[in-house]
Design a protein around this ligand. Sequence first.
Ligand code: NI
Length: 144
Amino acid sequence: MIAHFSRRYTFSASHRLHVDHFSAEQNRVAFGKCNNPHGHGHNYVVQVTVSGPVDPATGMVLNMATLDAAVHTAVLDRFDHRNLNHDPLFAGQTSTTENLCCEIYHLLASILSPVTLRSVRIEETENNFFEYSRTSLAAASHAT
Ligand code: NI
């Protein structure tokens, strides 16, 4: 039997969507207002889900304090009140929330191993949310 445990975290960060080798017009068409040179901010809500058997001794999939420590160290300390574009992870790719999900997944998966990180879901705004999960082909190749 596999159980899933999800927990939400929040952080605030700024970013700008921009591709260096696009023309100004191509960037405007691709990203609209999100290409504004001054950037803009989001209050990101990150939902992390871990999965696994329930430990018969504790009755838990993973200790909440262990998950909190991992997320604080790998995600919140790194991104909260920062400009995502200045992070080396986004030096070669746009700081979209799709890419942010993917990067946070891989940052956390290595720390949480051998516990399985099932998915990282991020709410960027009230209406926009993104998810990167272990069942996707790209994730499956990284997470065993
Ligand atoms: Ni944005």
